[in-house]
Design a protein around this ligand. Structure first.
Ligand SMILES: CC(C)(COP(=O)(O)OP(=O)(O)OC[C@H]1O[C@@H](n2cnc3c(N)ncnc32)[C@H](O)[C@@H]1OP(=O)(O)O)[C@@H](O)C(=O)NCCC(=O)NCCS
Length: 513
């Protein structure tokens, strides 16, 4: 009799024979084998004992580190990998992989390697499992759960590394322009000189706000009073999509959807600056087609062309925040796109998710925290009292990074380049806070995240606090749009289930009072 899904074990779905490598082999040889056999990992063996695992992620890490092709498997593999037994039920194996964020896990029977099972194999089975057999296994906040495949980028929390496409994101921020990285996200490769020129010609006119929307902005800003600019952006992107006749992504070709995405990404910075200025009774400054992205952005916001140093510092921040794995706003954009809704709907939803202080709303709060601490003498007791009360230190901690956030490291060096009165104080508070968090929250691995030095950098460049999170949104919209395009290109409705834990139904419905 055929097994039901609930009875299926790892042995039923694992792959074998396993593609293997030995510890003393060169990584390049193991990588060739992975490619030839179209597998995402090799199990490193000593005889038939699994002593390590080498995955595609390790290969990207190795390439990013610029390590020599002579590197040995033993130097780059994860030693003593977790394994599962062949008689384990697939639901339990699924929970194990999701909990740890593994993509592959060796199957070991009595110490002998007998197969390998991948997240993809398990997802295929898990999709047709009744939800309640799995729901209670799913970690809160979906931590570590792999919900899609993407070739846009990834975040490796334990290594403190993230990348856009095949490039180290920090290196891109250090060496490239925002427009180049935008092109990379949309096209999968960095532009040639000619491609860059053509791209600039394409996007610069799109920075202009369509007349109908521009005419409506004073009223939007007037009604909203002193509401955060991001709230106004949410409303205006909705208006923009409606007035430009955006259609359901389900009905659009890739080129049509790309055109809408370019329009939104190009005009969002203009909208933000216009709304900010209107809120301060200042005239809107139109985009300058001669200026590159960041210089134009600061000019439209502040009313004067920034120094090259300030423009570059903000540009580096913007590049470093374009994309970052399956964060809450990106996931929101993908969920909305998966329903076939139009691109503006997905961007509006993403803006809403980003506005929360646990996601994008922290940089001004980090600076506010520094203000409240006031002096270095006050830092130790202030931080201690806050953590003991159970408060969160803004700009610290991250769902994925359990070591230094590479964005924070880069922004600290940008802040050091700029100098400024807050820098030294911020560095000392950072050091103290990390020490106190390690003492009072042992094992949680809490370090500064992107938001801590983002505030310092933007402040040094004259960006007002109210525009910190909006500035984050102005580049993240490029990441959202890339994900929207990817989701739409290979779509399936995202519709998970929940585990019901309320009183058992059906209860008799009491008569109306
Ligand atoms: C970013 C953040 C939401 C990630 O949260 P998360 O992955 O859900 O982490 P958890 O809420 O599970 O926290 C794990 C532990 O670390 C502690 N912790 C996490 N961030 C902390 C912070 N900033 N300050 C003090 N303690 C913190 C939690 O209190 C918890 O301790 P407990 O185990 O004693 O309950 C969280 O670190 C945070 O709130 N940071 C401050 C806001 C911020 O900087 N946001 C910008 C994000 S880029």
């Amino acid at each position: 009799m055929a097994k039901t899904d609930g009875q299926r074990t790892v042995a039923d779905i694992m792959s074998r024979p396993v593609v293997t490598a030995t510890p003393d082999e060169r990584v390049s040889a193991a990588a060739d084998r992975m490619r030839a056999q179209s597998v995402g990992s090799v199990v490193v063996v000593d005889g038939d004992r699994a002593v390590g695992i080498l995955t595609e992620r390790d290969l990207v890490r190795l390439a990013a580190a610029g390590a020599a092709t002579t590197a040995l498997v033993s130097e780059w593999m994860t030693p003593n990998p977790d394994s599962v037994a062949p008689d384990l039920e697939v639901a339990t194996a699924f929970a194990r992989l999701s909990e740890h964020g593994y993509r592959h896990i060796p199957v070991v029977d009595d110490g002998h390697l007998v197969g390998i099972v991948s997240m993809r194999d398990l997802m295929r089975i898990a999709q047709i499992q009744p939800a309640d057999s799995l729901a209670h296994e799913i970690p809160r906040g979906l931590e570590g759960v792999v919900v899609a495949e993407t070739d846009i980028g990834d975040v490796r929390g334990l290594e403190g590394f993230y990348h856009y496409r095949q490039y180290n994101a920090v290196e891109l921020a250090e060496t490239r322009t925002l427009e180049d990285v935008w092109y990379l996200l949309f096209h999968g490769e960095l532009p040639t000189l000619a491609q860059r020129d053509a791209f600039l010609d394409e996007i610069r006119p799109l920075r202009e706000i369509p007349t109908a929307v521009k005419d409506a902005l004073p009223e939007v800003a007037g009604v909203a009073g002193s509401a955060p600019p991001l709230d106004l952006l949410r409303t205006t992107v909705s208006l923009l999509g409606a007035s430009l006749g955006f259609r359901p992504s389900l009905d659009l070709s890739r080129d049509e959807l790309r055109a809408e995405a370019l329009r939104v990404c190009a005009v969002v910075p203009t909208l933000l600056c216009a709304l900010h200025r209107l809120q301060h009774d200042e005239p809107i400054i139109d985009p300058d087609p001669q200026l590159p992205y960041a210089a134009n952005y600061l000019t439209m916001m502040l009313g004067e062309v920034p120094t090259a140093e300030h423009a570059r510092a903000v540009e580096q921040y913007l590049i470093s925040t374009i994309d970052h794995g399956f964060n809450a706003s990106t996931f929101t954009a993908r969920v909305i796109t998966s329903t076939g809704a139009d691109l503006a709907a997905a961007v509006v939803g993403a803006i809403g998710a980003l506005s929360g202080p646990l996601h994008g709303g922290a940089p001004s709060r980090a600076l506010q925290m520094l203000d409240e601490i006031g002096t270095i003498d006050n830092a130790d007791p202030w931080i201690r009292a806050a953590v003991e009360r159970g408060d969160r230190l803004m700009g610290f901690g991250h769902r994925v990074y359990k070591t230094d956030d590479p964005r924070s490291v880069m922004l600290r060096s940008v802040a050091e380049r700029l100098g400024g009165p807050k820098l030294e104080f911020a560095e000392r508070v950072e050091q103290l806070a990390v020490e106190i968090l390690a003492e009072l929250k042992p094992g949680r691995k809490l370090y500064t995240n992107v938001e801590f030095y983002a505030g310092i950098v933007m402040d040094a460049c004259g960006v007002p606090r109210a525009m910190f999170t909006p500035t984050f949104a102005s580049s993240r919209v490029i990441g959202w749009s890339t994900h929207i395009l990817e989701q739409a290109a290979d779509n399936r409705l995202i519709r998970p289930s929940a585990h019901y834990v309320g009183p058992p139904p059906p209860q008799p419905v009491p008569p109306a009072a």
